[in-house]
Design a protein around this ligand. Sequence first.
Ligand SMILES: Cc1cc2nc3c(=O)[nH]c(=O)nc-3n(C[C@H](O)[C@H](O)[C@H](O)COP(=O)(O)OP(=O)(O)OC[C@H]3O[C@@H](n4cnc5c(N)ncnc54)[C@H](O)[C@@H]3O)c2cc1C
Length: 300
Amino acid sequence: MSIDKIANELLNYATVDENIPMSSLTSLRIGGNARYVVYPTTVVALVEIMNVIKRYNLPFKVFGKGSNILCSDKNYDGVIIRLDRSFSEVYFTEDSCIAQAGCSIIAVAYEAMKNGLSGLEFASGIPAMVGGVTFMNAGAYNSNMAGVIEEVFVLHDGMLEWIPNSKCNFSYRYSVFHDNPDWIIIATKFRLKKKPVEEIKEIIETRKARRIAAQPLDKPSAGSTFKNPLEKPAWELIDGIGYRGKRIGGAMVSTKHVNFLINEDKATAKDFMDLVTEIQDKVKEKYKIDLYMEVERFNW
Ligand SMILES: Cc1cc2nc3c(=O)[nH]c(=O)nc-3n(C[C@H](O)[C@H](O)[C@H](O)COP(=O)(O)OP(=O)(O)OC[C@H]3O[C@@H](n4cnc5c(N)ncnc54)[C@H](O)[C@@H]3O)c2cc1C
């Protein structure tokens, strides 16, 4: 069966882009080409796409905004599924919100604010989709997704199921979805609280100002590169080894926020990982602490 035959089959159910640089699909702007990038418009189309993927035994990966993914420099001979073009409806009630996986979490947080619903203020600056923040249990300012998610609508094994928060196994930047990479998050239901719009707005604006002051938002990055170990925050360890501003090839430790490794100038995945490994080694040597990546490596 030729490759074109596969593209034609996928095209029955979705817009299909071919040979797309993954650098254009991720916030780090790094990566080789992806053979197929598909944009299904409905759950039915998504189910059929999964059937095609299974039939041809193709590797696949759902991408959100790609703001936590470091793609290798190699080409990816598989299917990347993006939900942002169609899975972008949000439904509000008096005290809850159901957002489809392709919604921007920033947009959902602002919509919640307009509806006088509080709970997502902490996420109003995370450049991600609802599927991605649910998968990652993203968090900031001592809050996280686990604290506001009621249940998650998931496609797995050809079936749709609402999975309650208690079965999502949320912990620090972790969820049950890490152990089930073939599950696809379709939507997330958030439990929110009524609050005056002005109060919500003030919290969002304070958080926004803090982000702008603390993060190198003018440079491509994937946010915090390392998880914070229990002993000390990652930034303190990286600063402690004198790596603020350290550069390997095009990858650099931000001078503004040392846990942000940025793509300073045409960085390759190798540059990025060389810098990561050097930091891990030096931190281990000096502090006897293991630094683990928060950023996910893909297609290695
Ligand atoms: C400037 C900047 C600031 C950031 N600030 C924060 C922060 O404050 N807090 C924080 O926690 N993170 C932060 N991040 C990191 C990142 O935004 C989060 O990890 C976020 O959760 C990733 O969401 P995404 O939509 O980009 O997902 P992606 O990076 O595209 O994917 C992440 C993982 O989720 C999986 N996934 C995505 N969608 C689905 C789906 N529908 N179904 C199944 N699996 C799916 C992917 O396969 C992948 O494994 C920041 C990043 C940047 C660049």
